[in-house]
Design a protein around this ligand. Structure first.
Ligand code: 13P
Ligand code: SF4
Length: 387
């Protein structure tokens, strides 16, 4: 970390009376400069009681919106305004209104990963830390409408036995994890406890030992007698887990590669890890992945290409089986596979430089229109009062 930038941030924080909040998924260097790091519930609570004029929120858009709703007298800044949440964008206020009209008498609960407009339509909000407790507060309701996460909703229904009708939204980062990934991780680390986030699918949760929000993962890892953990959530959490538990080992959950599962984020990660090395992907990859690669080939073409490449380094976007065969056939070549990990590209957008710019230029302010904020606040404050 550049000490001049850190000093500049300290100076600007003093000048502006500013605090930096960061979600547990943020890049390591952002967590390092943050005054407070936490899960969605902890950040909401912090935002409600913060003693600062300016809050630089390093997270995604709905989090900054929640902070602005809870602290309308403060200036809430996001270092990168484009950092959104794909799941939050999967449902609109209008769609919630329609769902409510189709289910009269039902309670409406939204995951905090939703827009202010959606929160304004709901009776209560929840995070992954308190979703079961929030549902319990609606035990008398004949049915709970739950938006947008079908996986968290299903977890709540299974845990509480309550009737939930869930919107078909999901987090692309967690929904991508499969039970085969869990089995493979268990084979590689047989002594490790498997923790997964409730945004994972039913099958993945069923194959895990613990289903925990990121804040609860930190607490569980610290209090558990186990020494080794497989972490089934966005990899940013590893920074805190390792920092707070120096004697324990944390393995990220790696995703078994298949052509359809390779993402643009995997290609970008490989380019960062192996700059100026050619990236060759299989013809069965998605169009987005093929467009980001240097070459697109069939298995046969790849075999010929590697054999005639004179032993240079190559990044190969192929399944584990094809990569293993190519390594056996070309023992003198350096062939990198694509390391597939659960990464949320939006959470990785803030940089230390963008935090400096946010404080210097007071950018980019997030403010929710008063009429929506007033209604959304009711749902968020109700959640905070429930636990
Ligand atoms: P928590 O930090 O509340 O577990 O939420 C995870 C998440 O996906 C936030 O976007
Ligand atoms: Fe949204 Fe990213 Fe969190 Fe998934 S990991 S819920 S996409 S912010």
């Amino acid at each position: 970390m550049n000490p001049d930038l850190v000093a500049r941030i300290d100076e600007l924080k003093r000048q502006r009376n500013a605090t930096i909040l960061a979600h547990n998924y943020e890049p390591d260097e952002i967590q390092e400069i943050a005054d407070f790091t936490g899960d969605s519930l902890q950040l909401s609570r912090k935002a409600a009681h913060i003693e600062a004029d300016v809050v630089v929120f390093c997270g995604v858009h709905f989090m900054a919106e929640t902070a602005s709703i809870l602290s309308p007298d403060k200036t809430i800044l996001m270092p990168v305004l484009d950092a959104g949440c794909e799941m939050a964008d999967m449902v609109t206020g209008e769609q919630v209104r329609q769902m409510k009209a189709e289910h009269p008498g039902a309670a409406a609960v939204c995951y905090v990963n939703s827009s202010a407009e959606v929160k304004a339509e709901c009776d209560c909000c929840c995070t992954s830390s308190n979703a079961v407790a929030v549902a319990a507060a609606f035990a008398d309701a004949p049915e709970i409408l739950f938006v947008p996460d079908r996986n968290l909703g299903s977890h709540v229904a299974q845990t509480s036995g309550q009737k939930l009708t869930c919107w078909d939204g999901y987090c692309p980062v967690h929904d991508r994890i499969t039970s085969a990934d869990i089995l493979a991780a268990r084979r590689s680390h047989p002594d490790a406890v498997v923790m997964v986030h409730p945004e994972c699918t039913d099958d993945v949760r069923a194959g895990a030992d613990e289903i925990l929000s990121t804040g609860h993962m930190c607490r569980f890892a610290a209090e558990s007698e186990h020494r080794e953990f497989i972490v089934g959530t966005e990899i940013g959490i590893l920074y805190r887990l390792r920092l707070e538990n120096p004697g324990k080992t944390f393995h990220p959950l790696t995703l078994t590669p298949s052509h359809a599962r390779i993402t643009l984020a995997d290609i970008l990660g490989a380019r960062q890890a192996h700059p100026s090395v050619s990236v060759v992907v299989h013809a069965e990859c998605t169009d987005q992945v093929k467009a980001a690669a240097d070459e697109v080939m069939t298995t046969e073409e790849m075999g010929r290409f590697v054999a005639s490449s004179g032993g240079r380094e190559i990044v190969l976007g192929v399944t584990g089986g094809i990569l293993a065969d190519l390594r056996v056939a070309n023992p003198d070549h350096t062939l990198h596979g694509l390391l597939s990990l659960p990464v949320c590209p939006d959470m990785k957008m803030p940089t230390v430089e963008s935090v400096v710019a946010a404080l210097e230029n007071m950018q980019y302010e997030v403010r929710v229109p008063e009429e929506i904020a007033d209604r959304a606040r009711v749902a968020i404050e109700r959640m905070i009062s429930l636990g």
